[in-house]
Ligand binder design. Structure first.
Ligand SMILES: [Zn+2]
Length: 337
């Protein structure tokens, strides 16, 4: 452990290095906070560089496209349908909703056209935002939470799917989103799991993922921002976690001793998982072949289903029909890792 820059969650300075490379083999240091268990990159990139990258280059760097292709729309739409199915009870009374980091708009489209929500989106990327607005006709504003003006208490549901891990200052963003929630409203956050062992150890860290969370660290973040934990979920393969937070009408901020207790044993647990996730154990588990076969099968199926279909609305409308038949066409996947 060394004393260095502060943890973005607990401001602690006790940490240990857990990785020196990203999944592409490029230099990237990730450290584990010895006080709360958050894994984060060190040093953190400058906010202005991040803003420019997400606005103009992230999608082309990540997927090699300016706007999503048809099979991307189908894949993202299927994942969105599963996400909405997991929070179906929260959608019953059609809450006014905001999808933060709306991407190509698949989740927002299904919120509006499948679940019938009055919903809108916020997306920093120019190309994907344009796609959502122009091809899907969605109310998506381009920008960042920290610099976006919205009314306090305007939403009863805010969703943040695979966004939090991209933020250099996660607590500041969650505090803004808390203020946008009406009392009794819910904030849904899904991120990759810090304890995931479904991927190769060499592929654990992506340069765009500035923080890596577990259920205890994510719960601590929300509680530190004055929210309460309504439910938690871990995907069957362990790759992703979701925490649903609720904004209570009167919630005093939790004292530091309460926050520390939430994550007291978590740093040791993460260190143990990461050190035990070796290439030998990974290959011996049989997971690489299982994942490869599943990915190939999925990609072939996606291309067959979207063949000759260039209209993203038609692709998503076919998923709206799936939503109307609960259970039909809904799988439990490992999106986003
Ligand atoms: Zn920490």
């Amino acid at each position: 452990m060394t004393d260095s820059s502060a943890c973005p969650l607990c401001s602690g300075r006790l940490r240990q290095t857990v990785s020196e490379r990203d999944r592409d083999g490029h230099p990237l240091r990730n450290v584990l906070c010895g006080l709360c268990g958050l894994v984060h990159v060190d040093p953190m990139p400058a906010q202005t560089d991040l803003d420019t990258w997400y606005q103009h280059a992230y999608r082309t760097d990540y997927k090699g496209v300016v706007t999503p292709r048809s099979h991307h729309v189908l894949r993202a739409g299927r994942v969105a349908l599963e996400r909405l199915a997991r929070i179906r009870p929260l959608l019953a009374d059609r809450p006014c909703a905001l999808d933060v980091g709306a991407g190509g708009g698949e989740t927002l489209y299904l919120m509006i056209h499948a679940a019938g929500l009055p919903a809108e989106g916020l997306e920093p990327n120019q190309g994907y935002g344009d796609h959502a607005r122009q091809r899907l006709g969605l109310p998506v504003r381009q920008g960042f939470v920290e610099r976006d003006a919205r009314s306090a208490g305007a939403y009863r549901l805010i969703t943040l799917y695979h966004v939090l891990e991209h933020l250099a200052a996660p607590r500041a963003v969650i505090e803004v989103l808390r203020d946008w929630l009406a009392p009794g409203g819910h904030l849904v956050i899904e991120v990759p799991n810090a304890e995931a062992t479904c991927q190769s150890p060499a592929h654990s860290f992506h340069r765009a993922h500035l923080t890596t969370w577990g259920v205890p660290t994510l719960s601590r973040l929300g509680i530190a921002c004055g929210l309460s934990v309504a439910s938690t979920w871990t995907s069957p393969g362990g790759g992703n976690i979701q925490v649903v937070f609720r904004r209570d009408a009167t919630a005093p901020l939790a004292p530091l001793t309460v926050l520390d207790e939430i994550t007291r044993h978590y740093p040791a647990r993460v260190a143990q998982v990461l050190s035990g996730h070796t290439p030998l154990r990974h290959w011996a588990s049989g997971r690489p072949l299982t994942r490869l076969a599943a990915r190939l099968g999925r990609q072939i199926g996606e291309r067959v289903r979207v063949r000759g279909q260039a209209d993203p609305r038609a692709i998503l409308d076919s998923l709206v029909a799936d939503w109307a038949r609960p259970g039909t066409g809904l799988r439990t996947g490992e999106p986003g890792r």
